[in-house]
Write a protein that binds this ligand. Structure first.
Ligand SMILES: NC(=O)c1ccc[n+]([C@@H]2O[C@H](COP(=O)([O-])OP(=O)(O)OC[C@H]3O[C@@H](n4cnc5c(N)ncnc54)[C@H](OP(=O)(O)O)[C@@H]3O)[C@@H](O)[C@H]2O)c1
Length: 301
């Protein structure tokens, strides 16, 4: 049996969660749109995650839309006491599966109610406001009205904690003047390291950083250097990539996504892969090789 406790814990809001969690986005159909081919298999992944100690699940009502939350509810409700479900809002899906910004206070309020209903919860433990000024990357823009609306919902008892996603350091600093920010969820992994300084700054303030696409996202990381480093550790490349994130900073909480029980088990076993210093340097080298000097070292499948 894998012991995910070895990866340690960190504070998220006023809860303590295992640093190895699970991201549920892959449970919807292709393109995160519509139902999965096998809903029973999707529920089995969630039940296996919880059985193996996962107590932090990341989701959104715009996965499907609504489908992923419904699968979570059907698989896990009534929820274990220690389970923290984190959701995100501020987008809706077009009929063609496109991701459409839905950032007005009225749309955010509606999204909170949709998440409560579909997850069958009375209060959402953490809601991440996902900035949509640019769908694909953080971009500057004021979030005051959006955070004001969320703070209002928090006062009404529908949201316990507010987080941010797809945001810049400036937006985080401005947000922290409006409300307490429980976590930041941005794109980050072994080869996508724009947030290096931000992670260290958040660590100093005890704020969790939750990298999305920790394995590279829809096209997981593939690199001969990563494979070789992993083999020397007796680990798989995905385990090495996750173990590197666990070593990178104590405030990093992992939510690798998968639709497969076998991949879930493999990913959770990264908790047992403790990287020696020389392996960290070697994997840092993989990241450097992904830079402009050697762009061919990392490719996506
Ligand atoms: N805030 C945001 O804007 C945002 C954006 C994207 C994602 N997220 C969140 O972040 C979570 C993680 O991101 P993600 O799921 O997109 O990407 P990810 O965790 O980096 O990688 C998921 C991909 O890796 C594959 N995979 C997983 N484990 C594997 C293994 N052991 N071996 C080989 N392939 C493996 C999955 O395919 P299989 O299904 O075949 O395993 C899937 O294609 C999501 O679930 C979601 O909750 C947030």
């Amino acid at each position: 049996m894998i012991t995910i406790d070895r990866a340690g814990t960190f504070t998220l809001g006023h809860r303590t969660v295992n640093r190895l969690g699970y991201g549920a986005m892959q449970l919807a159909g292709p393109g995160v749109f519509g139902p999965p081919k096998d809903p029973t298999a999707a529920k089995a992944v969630l039940r296996e995650a919880v059985a193996r100690g996962v107590n932090h699940i990341d989701t959104s009502d715009f996965y499907g839309p609504h489908i992923t939350n419904e699968i979570i509810r059907e698989a896990l409700h009534p929820y274990p006491d220690d389970l923290v479900i984190v959701t995100k809002i501020s987008a809706r899906r077009g009929a063609d599966g496109s991701w459409i910004p839905a950032m007005s206070p009225a749309e955010l309020t509606q999204a909170v109610h949709d998440n409560l209903r579909n997850l069958r919860l009375d209060v959402l433990e953490v809601v991440n406001l996902r900035a949509m000024f640019d769908v694909h990357a953080p971009a500057e823009g004021a979030l005051d009205a959006q955070l004001g609306a969320l703070a209002d919902l928090q006062r009404k008892g529908l949201i316990r904690h507010i987080g941010l996603s797809n945001v810049t350091p400036t937006q985080i600093a401005q947000a922290r003047r409006i409300c307490t920010i429980a976590c930041v969820q941005n794109h980050y992994n072994l080869v996508h390291r724009a947030d290096d300084a931000l992670i260290d700054a958040l660590a100093r303030d005890g704020i969790p950083y939750v990298p999305f696409f920790p394995l590279g996202g829809f096209t997981p990381l593939q690199s001969s250097a990563l494979s070789e480093a992993a083999a020397r550790l007796g680990a798989t490349p995905m385990q090495a990539a996750l173990a590197w994130l666990l070593r990178r900073a104590p405030n990093i909480l992992l939510i690798p996504g998968t639709s497969s029980v076998a991949h879930l088990r493999e990913n959770l076993a990264a908790a047992e892969c403790v990287l020696p210093d020389d392996a960290v340097s070697e994997l840092d080298g993989v990241a450097r090789m992904a830079g402009l000097d050697k762009p061919v070292a990392i490719h996506q499948r």
